[in-house]
Design a protein around this ligand. Structure first.
Ligand SMILES: [Zn+2]
Length: 135
């Protein structure tokens, strides 16, 4: 079982609309088996649907591998890492263009100080990592 194989399964299978809501839908089986209008649902969520897609016929999706939950963790982590890098770049660009920490904090919903501490520390950590890797 290689990492590539797991990645392939996650990319190919369609996730249930409620897959990202484990609190409200603990019985969700994650892999969608039907589509009700534009909404993909697993068999569990499909059987307990109430108002979702009322009046719309459900269409069975082609058989696909069950979503590998560990692989989903991996792809989610990579997406989060990528989003963090994008956020760091956006903040750095804003700072280079004279945006204040107050404005950045407001955009992020945190205080000026919280924004400054987070992103100053992040850039220090990043340059420390670069220096460590260089040696
Ligand atoms: Zn579901």
């Amino acid at each position: 079982m290689t990492r590539r194989w797991r990645q392939h399964d996650v990319d190919k299978a369609i996730r249930c609309q409620h897959a990202t809501d484990p609190v409200l839908r603990p019985g969700c089986t994650v892999t969608a088996t039907v589509r009700v209008g534009p909404i993909p649902l697993c068999s569990s969520c499909h059987s307990r649907r109430s108002s979702v897609g009322k009046g719309q016929p459900s269409v069975a999706l082609p058989a696909s591998p069950t979503i590998d939950l560990l692989a989903w963790i991996g792809t989610s982590q990579r997406a989060a890492d990528q989003a963090e890098q994008t956020l760091l770049a956006a903040v750095a660009r804003a700072r280079q263009n004279g945006t204040s920490w107050t404005q950045i904090g407001t955009q992020l919903g945190v205080s000026r100080q919280a924004a400054q501490q987070r992103f100053t520390r992040a850039s220090v950590d990043e340059s420390t990592n670069r220096a460590t890797r260089a040696h």
